[in-house]
Design a protein around this ligand. Structure first.
Ligand code: XIL
Length: 466
């Protein structure tokens, strides 16, 4: 496929120079002031999107923190202060002082607020953790009603339910005290939230739902599709987007966002952070922004904190500003990508049907299974290397691994394996050069070079054992 996936409406530095080169060159070249936003919020606004951050009430006295937050962001999420344990520490006794500090700061500075989160298995107050059955269901619904009513009119979007799906291959719900009150707890929470604040957008929010081929992504997708078909009030889906080397930005992120949006909901990146540093981190941030900009209904991006030192994962330095408040390479790549254009979705109303959920890999015949892990290799201006490590879980007699890159990326070289290709050229199936037998715990690896053509998302990889 040679048609460019993205059309750029404005400044095209990142597209023109590509990846690593863009990250450095764009700074030196300096975009003309009139043509580009000089802050994240200004650059995002040009395409009608917001750029947000999580704020901790305890840091509002820190002048460096508030001045960066005020300058760069126009959507604010309370990092912890509006969660269930913060807002209802004792049953029926609501506490809004910390949440109010954040909401007031946001409103005084002309910013909107994302509410986070009304119902969640985690960060529940102690009294709620001990409830079950009808008592818990009613307590949860009362919480949703009270908190959403209190903040009525001040919230752009609520994360009504957070993290209700299980990790792994089931695609089903996470076990929790809330789930054990009955499978309809999520829709009950959404109906209560709609009744309490009819003008807030109501979102389902989760993590590990970025890769379209993951079972969890499909599970959430099927729930949203079901909600839309039955008239359950849902307006948006939040993608937390906490990434690191074990969970990199998937190459099909734009596919995921586009498929959810095609259900008739907005999509938002709600808690973005990417562990790492330098150009690698910058390129992954660029890929996330690029994915959002390619989907008309991706309405905004929120990073989960201001400086690395403010992050819940501070040791992973996952944010856009360093501990001293300096802009990192990741900041520059995000700003440049935002300025590269509010890309309109080239296919907002797809005529092709939304892809059906990917079937799960059939069980291996040779006893064991395998896992494939992607790791980054060397990077150049126009290409990067990657390695896939295959690990046997139990004895296996052979393996097959797929590597999917995102068009217009192309795999231009491989080593230590025997590749074949699908008709699109974007899915490589790698088989072992030799026998492929591995005993339990043993690993092997193969590598490849991707010519990125301006798209900096990492390949997604799978493994099937035989
Ligand atoms: C995190 C906060 O950043 C931490 O300060 C807190 O200790 C734990 O929660 N998913 C979510 C967020 O929805 O609420 C979490 O925030 C990060 C993961």
């Amino acid at each position: 496929m040679t048609t460019p996936r993205h059309t750029y409406g404005r400044g095209r530095l990142a597209a023109a120079f590509g990846g690593l080169a863009a990250a450095t060159l764009a700074v030196a070249i300096a975009v003309p002031a009139a043509a580009a936003g000089s802050t994240l919020q200004a650059a995002a606004s040009e395409s009608g999107r917001y750029f947000g951050t999580a704020i901790a009430a305890s840091r509002l006295g820190d002048g460096t923190y508030t001045s960066i937050a005020n300058r760069e962001f126009n959507m604010i999420t309370a990092e912890n202060e509006m969660k269930m344990d913060a807002t209802e520490p004792s049953r029926g006794q609501f506490s809004y002082s910390s949440g109010d500090r954040i909401v007031n700061w946001a409103r005084q500075n002309g910013k909107q607020v994302r509410g986070h989160a009304l119902a969640w298995h985690s960060q529940q107050p102690g009294w709620m953790q001990n409830l079950s059955g009808t008592d818990l269901r009613n307590a949860m619904l009362n919480h949703v009603t009270q908190v959403a009513s209190y903040y009525k009119g001040k919230i752009y979007a609520w994360d009504v339910v957070n993290e209700a799906f299980a990790d792994g291959s089931s695609g089903g719900r996470r076990d929790s005290n809330l789930q054990r009150t009955g499978n309809d707890w999520i829709e009950a929470a959404f109906r209560a939230a709609r009744a309490a604040d009819p003008n807030a957008k109501l979102c389902y929010n989760d993590y590990n739902t970025d890769n379209w081929s993951h079972a969890k992504t499909q599970g959430v997708y099927n729930m949203v599709r079901d909600f839309k078909s039955r008239g359950v009030p849902i307006d948006c889906v939040g993608f937390q987007a906490h990434f690191n080397s074990g969970n990199p930005v998937p190459s099909n992120y734009d596919v995921t966002l586009r498929n959810f949006a095609a259900l008739g909901v907005d999509v938002q990146i709600t808690e973005l952070d990417i562990e790492g540093s330098g150009s690698s981190q910058a390129q992954q941030y660029q890929g996330v922004v690029q994915a959002c900009l390619s989907v008309a209904r991706c309405t905004g991006i929120t990073v989960w904190g201001v400086r690395d030192s403010d992050s819940w994962r501070a040791s992973g330095t996952p944010l856009l500003f360093d501990g001293s408040g300096n802009k990192k390479a990741a900041y520059t790549s995000v700003l440049n990508q935002l300025n590269a254009g509010g890309t309109t979705n080239p296919n907002p109303n797809p005529t092709t049907p939304v892809p059906t959920p990917t079937t799960t890999t059939p069980p291996p015949t040779g006893g064991g299974s395998c896992t494939a892990t992607y790791s980054e290799g060397q990077k150049w201006g126009d290409r990067f290397n990657g390695t896939v490590t295959i690990r046997a879980n139990g004895n296996i007699s052979g393996w097959t691994s797929t590597v999917t890159v995102r068009s217009p990326q192309k795999i231009i070289a491989t080593w230590s394996g025997s590749p074949s290709w699908d008709s699109s050229g974007n899915v490589m199936t790698m088989r072992p050069s030799g026998s492929g037998a591995l005993s339990s715990g043993q690993t092997t690896s193969f590598g490849f070079t991707v010519q990125h053509n301006g798209t900096w998302t990492w390949p997604s990889v799978t493994c099937a054992a035989s």
